[in-house]
Every structure is written in structure tokens, then in C-alpha cells.
Design a protein around this ligand. Structure first.
Ligand code: HEM
Length: 470
């Protein structure tokens, strides 16, 4: 229940069992139909239940099966970090995503995942990223130059344009390859593939990938298009006599600790596919939401433009400029808070556990959701308000560890965290100086929770030029 002042209760103690044996509160009837509804409109469904039942909720789907949602930061910490060995990614996630990502980092598990993560992690260390700064900044500028060519006032779809930018950045920085001419085919096939994966995840029965259903066959055609892009990256690199020393070079030459055994071509494909997909859509969404929020909050944009003018004076942002742009980072973080591109993470309990005084049963799904925790009124007063001041250092220091966790946590946290933060801030600072993004009137902008948190309908903006070209 929501109190008179609109604040949500932190927990509701209605159950009569002892703390260790009772389930969290939740809707009391079996919910098969509601389960489907919840999957179709996860944000509203979970929001209503969070308001009704508090921070720990159990959804009974049918006899003997249900799932948990935990919203409080300390529960998130327990699931993602302190007791992470008890919470694995569920088959319902791993299998459908694996149809595309194979055994890449996101969908791999166990010892094989650990080996691959150890192998790839060094390429994402801060020091290595500093070396990518110039390529990142150049890729952003190239996309800006493409937008310069558009007629004044051109109407664009924000997410699709931001996707072009981030696809260009990831191609240039991680794979030394300008992928911009591959983008249209890649995006179309990715769109179909993601829809197929979502359908598979939400289907009551897991349909295997090898079954020649029409949906599977269509998916395989689209996957072939994506594969062509990935294998093309590998082939072009193999043909170079003096390859650049980048992530791709490292992936192709690396060997597992204490052996001279490297990655086979299939594993290489899986890792590149995973990085290409997880690394471009997420950042594109973060920029889409940030620009939308700035369009709705011109007073915030004005403060940011002042900062950009005084530090950059119209020049594109470089890696070394970022520490001098604290407000830019606060704006970016506040956008990640309100619209976290990865809005929730599914897990499954390996053994019984106790969270927030409630029983969690072995084998059942357990979900944590950035989208809700980031709106917890105890940590973020007036949670729906776009207010970058929340991320002033003195305010951020007051937040418990998992009140804000756009990049997840524990050993499965985002490998591209620092990369994304650098790219997001750099792109925001550069493009805002050059363009004003005017939201078209009469649009009802809402997020839709699928595999990622996309706008439910395209956000249309009019692109207006501000100053001299970069
Ligand atoms: C704003 C941008 C981004 C956000 C919000 C984001 C968020 C996340 C989150 C929440 C996870 C954890 C998923 C889980 O625990 O189930 C994750 C994992 C991952 N992310 Fe990101 N990410 C972003 C950008 C990137 C970039 C730029 C890359 C690569 C270039 C990347 C690559 C990955 C990979 C490979 C994993 C799986 C890691 C593993 O399990 O070992 N992400 N990301």
C-alpha cells in the first residue's frame, strides 16, 4: 500500500510464520494468467505489486512454482554479491540468449566462464581504456559529422541514431573496424533475433533451437546475417600482416593460463558477438534516455551546457576532459538511475536461503530489478524526478552500495562498465554542444521492459544545430 504522502512501505509484515520459514507477501492466488500479463508489461505489473506488498514479494504462478522479487538494496547485495554462489543465471535466460551468444561471457557459466572472464578482463582495465580514448572520440565525431549532413530540423528516431553512434564506437575501439556500412543489416537482423529470444524466454515451454519451426528458421536466417558481420571482422583481421594491438588482437592471440591453448574460432565468434551486442545497445539506450530527459528538463541542460562551454569551448570531449566535467557525469548517472538499460537480472536459487527474514526456496527464480531499486523512495526522494544533484559526491556517498547498480554487481557484473561510462559521458558532452534535440510535441514516451529497457515507441526529435561544426 502507498501511504498518504505517496511513499512506499519498505516491508509489510502480514505473515504469521516465523521469519525463517515464511514466504514474502504477495498476491495470494495462483497467477498463471497474471504471469503472462506480468511478462508483457513487467514494469507496471511489478510496480503495482511492489506498492502493495513492499520490498520482498512472492508471486505464486501455479502450485509448487512461483518467483521472488527483491527490491531493497541489502537484498540485492546478498543475491548479487555476498551470497552470489547461491544464485545462478536461470536456464530460461541462458538457453534462449545462448542461441545467439553461444558460450560468450554473458551466457557462459562455471569454470569455462571463469577462464574466459580472466582472459578478457584485462582489456577492459582503466589503463587499457585510456589508450582507446582517441579512437572513441574520433568515432563519436564521425557520427556527429554524419548528422551535420542532415537538413536543419530533420526529424530523427533518437534510439536508432544513438545505435549508429555506439555501433561505430565499438567497431572502432574494440575491433579496429569501421562497421558503419554493416549497421543497417546488423540492426534489422538483431531486432528480429532479440524478438525471437524474448518470445522464447516468455514461452511456457522452452522450444529447442534445432527444431525446424518457421520461427526458428527465420531466426536462423537473421543469425546468419549477424554471423557474417562477426566472421567478417575475424577474416579481415587475419588478413593483416601488422594487426593493431587492440582487444581483437588480444582475443585472437591469448592463451589460457599455463598453456599455449588459445580460443577456437567458434569461441572467438561467441565472444565478439556478445561484446558487439551487449556493448552497443546498452550505451545507445543510456544516451537516448539522457537526451530525452534533458529535452524535458531544459534547466538541467542549461547548467550542463555552461559546464561544457567552460571546459571544452565547443571542442569534442576527450578522455582526459572527463574528470573536469563532474555535472556531465551526474546527468549521465541520473539517466542511468531512471532508465537503467538493463532493468533487471534474473537468477535462480541453487539452495534454500533467507533474505530479509523470508524463506527463499531452492530452484525458484529470484529477480532483482534496477528499475525498482533505483526508485526506492527511502534512498531517492521524489524518485520520478530527474535530479542530477543526487549524484553530487556528498549525496552519492550516503547511498548504500546497491541502491544504484546499473552495471549489476558481484563477479557477473558488467565487464564494460568503465568503457560505457567513458563512452556515455564523452558522447553526451560532444553531441550536446553541437545539437539541440527538440522533442516532437504530443509524444507519450514510456519505457518498455524487454531484454533491455527500450522506449515503447520511437522517440522522435528535431535535430537543430547549435554552433560551428566540430
Ligand atoms: C550503459 C551501458 C551498460 C549497462 C547499463 C550494462 C549493464 C550490464 C549489467 C547489469 C550486466 C550484468 C548482467 C547480469 O548480471 O545478469 C552486464 C553484463 C555484461 N556486460 Fe554490460 N552494460 C553496459 C555496457 C556494456 C559494454 C560497453 C560492454 C562491452 C563492450 C558490456 C559487456 C557486458 C558483458 C560481456 C557482460 C557479461 C559479463 C559476465 O557475465 O561476465 N556491457 N552489463
Amino acid at each position: 500500500m502507498v501511504s498518504d504522502n505517496g511513499a512506499m512501505p519498505v516491508s509489510v509484515s502480514s505473515a504469521t510464520h516465523s521469519a525463517a520459514t515464511r514466504r514474502p507477501p504477495g498476491p495470494d492466488r495462483y497467477l498463471y494468467g497474471k504471469t503472462i500479463e506480468g511478462m508483457r508489461d513487467a514494469l507496471n505489473f511489478n510496480m503495482i505489486n511492489w506498492k502493495n506488498y513492499g520490498d520482498s514479494i512472492y508471486f505464486p504462478a501455479f502450485p509448487g512454482f512461483g518467483w521472488y522479487l527483491f527490491v531493497h538494496p541489502s537484498a540485492v547485495e546478498q543475491i548479487l554479491q555476498t551470497n552470489q554462489s547461491n544464485y545462478q543465471k536461470p536456464m530460461r535466460f541462458l538457453q534462449p540468449f545462448g542461441y545467439l551468444g553461444g558460450r560468450g561471457l554473458l551466457t557462459n557459466e562455471g569454470e569455462h566462464w571463469r577462464k574466459q572472464r580472466r582472459l578478457i578482463q584485462p582489456s577492459f582495465h582503466r589503463e587499457r581504456l585510456a589508450a582507446l580514448g582517441d579512437a572513441m572520440s574520433q568515432a563519436v565525431c564521425q557520427q556527429v559529422q554524419e548528422w551535420e549532413k542532415l537538413p536543419e530540423g530533420q526529424i530523427i528516431d533518437l534510439f536508432s541514431e544513438m545505435s549508429k553512434l555506439t555501433f561505430r564506437v565499438i567497431g572502432r575501439t574494440l575491433f579496429g573496424d569501421d562497421l558503419s556500412d554493416k549497421a543497417p543489416a546488423f540492426f534489422t537482423s538483431l531486432e528480429h533475433s532479440i524478438e525471437h529470444i524474448s518470445n522464447r524466454m516468455n514461452s511456457p515451454v522452452l522450444i529447442p533451437d534445432w527444431l525446424p519451426t518457421p520461427a526458428n528458421q527465420r531466426f536462423h536466417q537473421h543469425r546468419n546475417v549477424l554471423d557474417d558481420v562477426v566472421y567478417g571482422i575475424i577474416e579481415r583481421r587475419q588478413s593483416l600482416t601488422e594487426p593493431p594491438q587492440d582487444l581483437l588482437d588480444m582475443l585472437m592471440k591469448s592463451t589460457f593460463e599455463g598453456t599455449d591453448e588459445g580460443m577456437n574460432i567458434r569461441q572467438l565468434r561467441d565472444e565478439i558477438m556478445t561484446l558487439l551486442i551487449s556493448g552497443h545497445e546498452t550505451v545507445a539506450l543510456s544516451l537516448t534516455w539522457a537526451l530525452f530527459l534533458l529535452g524535458e528538463n531544459r534547466h538541467v541542460e542549461a547548467v550542463l551546457l555552461d559546464e561544457l562551454k567552460s571546459v571544452l569551448d565547443g571542442n569534442p570531449a576527450k578522455m582526459e576532459n572527463l574528470p573536469k566535467l563532474p555535472y556531465n557525469k551526474m546527468v549521465y548517472n541520473e539517466a542511468l538511475r531512471l532508465y537503467p538499460p538493463i532493468w533487471g537480472q534474473p537468477r535462480e536459487a541453487i539452495a534454500d536461503d533467507e533474505i530479509q527474514g523470508f524463506r527463499v526456496e531452492k530452484g525458484l527464480p529470484v529477480t532483482v530489478c534496477q528499475y525498482f531499486t533505483h526508485r526506492h523512495p527511502e534512498f531517492f526522494p521524489e524518485p520520478e524526478r530527474f535530479n542530477p544533484e543526487r549524484f553530487l559526491p556528498e549525496n552519492e556517498a550516503q547511498l548504500p552500495k546497491f541502491a544504484f547498480f546499473p552495471f549489476g554487481g558481484g563477479s557477473r557484473s558488467c565487464i564494460g562498465n568503465h568503457f560505457a561510462m567513458a563512452e556515455g559521458q564523452m558522447a553526451l558532452a560532444t553531441i550536446l554542444q553541437r545539437f539541440k534535440f527538440e522533442l516532437l510535441e504530443g509524444q507519450n514516451v514510456e519505457p518498455k521492459a524487454g531484454c533491455t529497457l527500450r522506449p515503447a515507441k520511437p522517440i522522435k526529435v528535431r535535430l537543430k544545430k547549435r554552433t560551428a561544426p566540430l
